[in-house]
Design a protein around this ligand. Structure first.
Ligand SMILES: O=C(O)CCC(=O)C(=O)O
Ligand SMILES: [Fe+2]
Length: 241
């Protein structure tokens, strides 16, 4: 029945935030790596919530060519666990952003050869910023990575790769990547990358250009949490603002 297929939130569930760890990647643009940002039960829940709802991903603005994003995506319906993740994303940003500035969480799924070409998360067309303004910040979290996945990293070609070998040892950064390719984060379940998209003058920062590199084998599911400059209306955000 329909009831049995709904993902279950355990009785007495209370939102608790995991003791995640942060590592600064870049001060300008601000880029922060977050370990253990999404807990295993949350990851499970997100996958169940979105099961069978993925469709071919869209792109906006000048980038609207279908081969740039071959992944599938879906919007996650909001429930208590999703609200918990949203509140964590807001707390991370210093509590001063209201929930109404968050876009609904978006999951993106990639199988072999699927990718998302170089793009910025900030919008280049007024049409997209009309409601809510531009995307101030992005979290990209790895929600699910199949065992033995190769490829599928997240590459920022204009950021400088960190020099310290500990980034490689912990399997966070792909250190086989040549130095002039910038920085490539390997998909690690539960971890997230946070960055700020806009310069102080509010203009999009070109240095935040990035791509979801093609998955070679295996697969990954990622999650975008985008924060806007201003409040979004019910049309995008849904009933509870
Ligand atoms: O798949 C990735 O690693 C990045 C995805 C991405 O940048 C996006 O969905 O905006
Ligand atoms: Fe992106």
């Amino acid at each position: 029945t329909e009831l049995e297929q709904k993902p279950i939130i355990p009785d007495g569930y209370e939102c608790q935030h995991p003791p995640y760890k942060v590592l600064m990647v870049s001060k300008s643009p601000l880029v922060i790596y977050i370990k253990d940002f999404i807990t295993p039960p949350e990851r499970d829940h997100l996958l169940k919530l979105s099961k069978d709802t993925f469709t071919r991903s869209g792109v906006t603005g000048r980038q609207s060519h279908n081969s740039v994003r071959t992944s599938q995506s879906t919007t996650v319906p909001r429930d208590d666990i999703v609200r918990c993740i949203e509140s964590r994303a807001l707390a991370f940003q210093g509590y001063d952003v209201p929930a109404s500035h968050l876009e609904p969480l978006q999951l993106v799924k990639y199988g072999p050869s699927e990718r998302y070409h170089y793009h910025t998360d900030w919008f280049t067309s007024d049409h997209d910023t009309h409601q809510g303004g531009n995307r101030v910040s992005s979290f990209f979290a790895y929600v699910h990575v199949l065992n033995g996945t190769t490829g599928g990293g997240t590459n920022f070609p204009r950021l400088e790769a960190p020099a310290d070998g500990r980034w490689c040892d912990d399997d966070i950064v792909d250190c086989d990547e040549t130095w002039d390719n910038g920085i490539t984060f390997k998909p690690v379940e539960g971890n997230a990358i946070y960055w700020e998209n806009l310069a102080v003058d509010g203009r999009g920062d070109e240095r935040t250009l990035h791509a979801g590199l093609p998955v070679v084998s295996g697969g990954k599911v990622g999650m975008n949490i985008w924060t806007r400059e201003r409040a979004l209306g019910k049309g995008i955000r849904g009933e509870d603002l």
